[in-house]
Design a protein around this ligand. Structure first.
Ligand SMILES: Nc1ncnc2c1ncn2[C@@H]1O[C@H](COP(=O)(O)OP(=O)(O)O)[C@@H](O)[C@H]1O
Ligand SMILES: Cc1ncc(COP(=O)(O)OP(=O)(O)O)c(N)n1
Length: 266
């Protein structure tokens, strides 16, 4: 069985973070493992508080997994502080996994900062250059490239600037622009648009976590990066279409293995 490791924060509400990642790994047919970087008290409405995990324990979780179990792909989510970014980067330099998908999580839907402002520079210096793929949404990309992204034309320009930060490939997610949610894949040579149809729902908590985890799962199974991204885009569209109206805020996506299987995306 192929394996994927998520290095991310815990969402007590189960819709994003480690919980979404593990559900997406299972639904995409890989064995999921986790390294928890922070614990959030969170539901569909808000992040109430965050407790960062001690960096020694973060390092030891990574070592415990890599020293024993083969890791076919890594997904990285919430990293919280500069020290956490540096701890994770150092450990990954040691083990050099083949596939690292970095979702540069910064701010939750409710507006809570999940990455401290002081950690943005550490992310750029230490984490992005190690990544096979980064998957920023529009606001995250704007912070990373320090310019506004209002149109799909701007997305093309921003992707070039993102690649210059050192990741091998970029998936710039278009969900935050008006109109259909089209994502832009750029590998330094070619641009490919992954077109989506906007599903009218407020239940989109954890979409970014789900998408990046599905990409990591597909890479673990041996797909090329472009194939992995295409399949993951189909998966997130199904997961949003069948999202759950749980809680009073933004409900979670639905990791519905049977539907996924029926849609023939295995
Ligand atoms: N309402 C929607 N209908 C269909 N796809 C969506 C919708 N909102 C977001 N997506 C897709 O979900 C994925 C995550 O999108 P996005 O919202 O941009 O990122 P994040 O969750 O990190 O803020 C992308 O593939 C995006 O195109
Ligand atoms: C613990 C944790 N990690 C990441 C996020 C952000 O998840 P995302 O998929 O970007 O979804 P929204 O928060 O924007 O709905 C999170 N909330 N919590």
């Amino acid at each position: 069985m192929k394996t994927a490791l998520t290095i991310a924060g815990s969402d007590s509400g189960g819709g994003a973070g480690i919980q979404a990642d593990l559900k997406a790994f299972s639904a995409n047919g890989v064995f999921g493992m986790s390294v928890i970087t922070a614990v959030t008290a969170q539901n569909t409405q808000e992040v109430r508080s965050v407790q960062n995990i001690d960096n020694r324990i973060i390092r030891e979780q990574i070592e415990a997994v890599f020293d024993d179990i083969p890791v076919d792909a890594v997904k990285i989510g919430m990293l919280s502080s500069p020290a956490t970014v540096e701890t994770v980067a150092q450990a990954l330099k040691k083990y050099q996994p083949n596939q690292i998908v970095l979702d540069p999580v910064m701010v939750s839907k409710g507006g809570h900062h999940l990455l401290q402002d002081e950690a943005i520079q550490s992310l750029i210096e230490h984490m992005i250059p190690l990544s096979t793929m980064i998957t920023p949404n529009i606001p995250e990309a704007e912070v990373l490239v320090k310019r506004k992204i209002d149109t799909e034309e701007d997305m093309l320009t921003a992707s070039k600037a993102l690649l210059e930060l050192g990741a091998k490939m970029i998936l710039l997610k278009g969900g935050h622009l008006q109109g259909n949610p089209n994502d832009l894949f750029y590998d330094g040579q070619y641009f490919h648009w992954l077109h989506g149809e906007r599903i009218e729902t407020k239940n989109t908590h954890g979409t970014g976590c789900t998408l990046s985890s599905a990409i990591a799962a597909n890479l673990a199974k041996g797909h090329s990066m472009f194939e992995a991204v295409k399949l993951a885009k189909q998966y997130i569209s199904i997961a949003i279409k069948h999202s759950l109206d749980l809680g009073h805020g933004h409900g979670p996506t639905h990791h519905f293995y049977e539907l996924y299987e029926k849609a023939n995306l295995k």
